[in-house]
Design a protein. Sequence first.
Length: 88
Amino acid sequence: MTYKFSTIAFRRPARAALGLALGLGLAAVPHAARAWGHPWWGPRFAIGIAVPAPLYPPPVYVAPPPRVWVPGHYNWRGRWIPGHWRWR
């Protein structure tokens, strides 16, 4: 007797059930445990435990330099391009 389904099609319901279980498990975690109460501290749990995170300053955007030196290189055609300044 030959079975008319492939193993990939057979695994689809199992993978869907696993994904659903994972999604429901993540949804079951209380929101207060996932939310960060303060930007420098870790997640807080309902029983009053806070997981400390290292005290780094908040991220600050640092703009790249407006002009950078590009060393000599070959372009996609194989032609040599000498070093030059490039405005960013």
